[in-house]
Design a protein around this ligand. Structure first.
Ligand SMILES: *Cc1c(COP(=O)(O)O)cnc(C)c1O
Length: 395
């Protein structure tokens, strides 16, 4: 056959891509490739069977996503990690990947709104019993664990009521009953709290929040015991809620400044909480760093910083009053998000518990007049002035 020049169509497809110059980059490449090719079928098979390191298809694993999983695994001090497209994606994968019909979950009333929906609406459909205890009643939680518990699910500090649960104490109770102990560590981040060191089996995050820190990408991740992570991964790869490489890259980029951001946010939040305590329009401030907070002693024991999240109740207990304040901020986004470099405010009715009805929120003990405040990295003086301006609209 006569040698001919490669055609334009073939060149459009292949030119420049036959060899990848991947070495010597100093930043993580965003690998958008859906699949990974192998000339050697034996090698391909070995990778497919997990006997050799590598990637086959990006719904299962992807090099950029793997770097993200490795970074958080190291931060949480875990054996293994796996991710999903969102925080809810990883929470569903944990629950549906580990539980079977006839089993029993013990958790608390104040979990994230979406998690609460899985507990009350979806798990019961599959004949999984869910018992939701009063959030800070440790004796009641221990009693329910003793009655039988396959999975203990905890979240601390809670969203949006900022309640504190003793992780060491309840992990011990869970382990004794043979339960898998899962902790949502989204609010604290591994900088402020390390649930695995306190006895949990799995720690998970909505990486959308503090890990990413810039409110521009959704992701979820779970770290912990290898055998459990394998099961969660297996469910997620089939269920298909896979994290895409571009989002993984954005979260990775954000994570480089995680410790710096959290350090500043811890300081700012404590200063804001103290300021709000003295404000005449504010009835109650919920922040674990305040000596007056009911969970302060536990927080002091298990957290190395009290976090960026606080909430406060106005003296005027109406949603209309909340609306007035929310509309008065200059340096805070009024939005259904948290954990970003910018300060973000919102009431539970339009943020964490938007999925729940007013009655359901009341049953969970979440007042309509609560304002959740996610402290950013701005200057504390400017944030205090902004709060003063917004609260002055009530006067
Ligand atoms: C936001 C959030 C989730 C859900 O995460 P998504 O990324 O929005 O799916 C779960 N838990 C907590 C504590 C959260 O704040």
């Amino acid at each position: 056959m006569k040698k001919h020049r490669t055609g334009k169509s073939t060149s459009s497809v292949w030119a420049g891509e036959e060899e990848y110059i991947m070495s010597n980059v100093t930043q993580v490449p965003v690998v958008h490739s859906v699949s990974f090719g192998y000339k050697d079928i034996d090698e391909w098979q070995q990778v497919a069977l997990g006997l050799k390191k590598g990637h086959i298809y990006s719904r299962n694993t992807n090099p950029t996503v793997a770097v993200f999983e490795e970074k958080i695994r190291c931060l949480e001090g875990a054996e293994a990690a796996t991710s999903a497209a969102t925080g809810m994606g990883i929470i569903s994968s944990v629950l549906f990947g580990l539980l079977a019909p006839g089993q029993r979950v013990v958790s608390v009333k104040d979990t994230y709104g979406g998690t609460n929906k899985i507990f009350t609406e979806f798990l019961p459909r599959f004949n999984v019993e869910v018992c939701l205890c009063p959030t800070t009643d440790h004796e009641a939680i221990e009693d329910e664990i003793r009655k039988g518990c396959d999975l203990l699910y905890l979240e601390t500090p809670t969203n949006p009521t900022i309640k504190i649960i003793d992780l060491e104490r309840l992990s011990r109770a869970g382990k004794k009953a043979g339960a898998v102990v899962v902790v949502d560590n989204t609010f604290a981040t591994p900088i402020n709290q390390q649930p695995l060191a306190l006895g949990a089996d799995l720690v998970l995050h909505s990486a959308t929040k503090f890990l990413g820190g810039h409110a521009d990408a959704l992701a979820g991740v779970v770290c912990g015991r290898r055998d459990l992570i394998d099961k969660v991964y297996h469910y997620r790869e089939i269920n298909g809620a896979t994290l895409d490489p571009m989002s993984a890259y954005l979260i990775l980029r954000g994570m480089k400044t995680l410790a710096l951001r959290i350090e500043r946010q811890n300081q700012n939040a404590l200063e804001i909480a103290r300021y709000l305590q003295t404000h005449p329009q504010v009835k109650t401030v919920y922040y674990p760093g305040l000596e007056t907070h009911e969970g302060h002693e536990i927080a002091r024991k298990q957290m190395s910083g009290y976090g960026a999240m606080l909430s406060f109740m106005l003296k005027e207990e109406t949603l209309a009053a909340v609306g007035k304040v929310i509309g008065g901020f200059r340096y805070a986004h009024a939005a259904a998000n948290l954990g970003a470099v910018e300060t973000i405010v919102g009431p539970p009715a339009t943020t964490s518990h938007v999925e729940c009805s007013e009655e359901e929120r009341a049953a969970m003990g979440i007042p309509e007049s609560l304002i959740r405040y996610s402290t950013g990295i701005e200057d504390a003086e400017d944030l205090k002035e902004d709060l003063q301006r917004a609260l002055a609209r009530l006067g």
